[in-house]
Design a protein around this ligand. Structure first.
Ligand SMILES: C[S@@+](CC[C@H](N)C(=O)[O-])C[C@H]1O[C@@H](n2cnc3c(N)ncnc32)[C@H](O)[C@@H]1O
Length: 247
């Protein structure tokens, strides 16, 4: 019974994915255009999709909290560190990161969805955090004045329009020997469950504007000196990668 309901649900998401693709518009004002129309369409669709989910996102933010917290622990942050967060959504990682870096550290977060940024700013204001800042920007092309001691991206890299280029931007924005920790989602990597991958692919595409043309782990392996998958769950679909920049 559950399987039939799942199939009906995924079939519906397939139709909605097509509908939503039809609604994609051109580039937002001021957006650079590294890969042409496909890049711009993906970015614009991200804005639409994540603005839409921003009102509901906090309902599920506790679901993956243990994995997010374990990822932050792997950054080995120290008081006073300057941290970059990519695709922060409504700021689900802010509290934990801030508790590690203290009031003398700094957390700069980036998100492309104006409504997600507004939610993240509400959280910052609610807590009165003066050393946490969120900027509305495309994480793939954003530039910073000063480098960071560490960076984190939870469930965001795989929805970027050019994942390799985003990894390069993060790498460039870090000091030597810095760590970048990524939690992300992928199709079922092995075993008979892989038969579900086409449906999962369509669901993620509709739900999250997931990017099927680029592979997160491959991109990290190409750009960073070292990378290691240190944690997996949900049949290998949810995973954590620790990357080191080297000196
Ligand atoms: C699944 S949510 C993840 C939010 C949060 N990091 C978490 O762990 O729940 C993906 C986020 O990535 C953001 N995003 C998508 N494309 C982006 C881009 N090119 N630049 C910056 N943020 C982007 C979306 O707006 C959304 O808030």
């Amino acid at each position: 019974m559950f399987r039939e309901e799942l199939l009906v649900c995924l079939a519906a998401t397939t139709r909605m994915a097509t509908d939503n693709r039809d609604r994609a518009h051109g580039p937002a004002n001021g957006t650079r255009d590294p890969d042409g129309d496909r890049y711009d369409a993906h970015l614009e669709r991200s804005r639409i999709v994540w603005d839409r989910w921003s009102d509901y996102y906090t309902m599920s933010e506790n679901d993956l909290e243990p994995m997010r917290e374990a990822a932050i622990d792997r950054l080995d942050l120290e008081p006073g560190d300057r941290v970059l967060e990519i695709g922060c959504g409504p700021g689900v990682n802010f509290d934990r990161v801030r508790s590690e870096i203290g009031e003398h550290g700094e957390l700069i977060a980036v998100d492309y969805s104006p409504d997600m940024v507004a939610k993240a700013r509400e959280r910052i204001e609610h807590h009165g955090w003066e050393n946490v800042d969120v900027r509305r920007a495309d994480a793939t092309t954003v530039e910073f004045d000063e480098p960071f001691d560490a960076a984190i991206a939870t469930l965001s890299l795989s929805v970027m329009p050019n994942i390799h280029r985003t990894a390069t931007t993060v790498h460039r924005s870090l000091v030597a020997d810095a760590t970048f920790v990524v939690v992300d989602i992928r199709p079922i990597p092995d075993g008979p469950g892989r038969v579900l991958n086409p449906l999962l692919w369509r669901f993620l595409r509709w739900y999250a504007n997931w990017n099927p043309d680029d592979d997160v782990v491959d991109a990290l392996a190409t750009v960073f000196d070292t990378h290691e998958i240190v944690d997996t769950s949900l049949a290998g679909t949810l995973y954590t990668v620790v990357c080191e920049k080297g000196d």
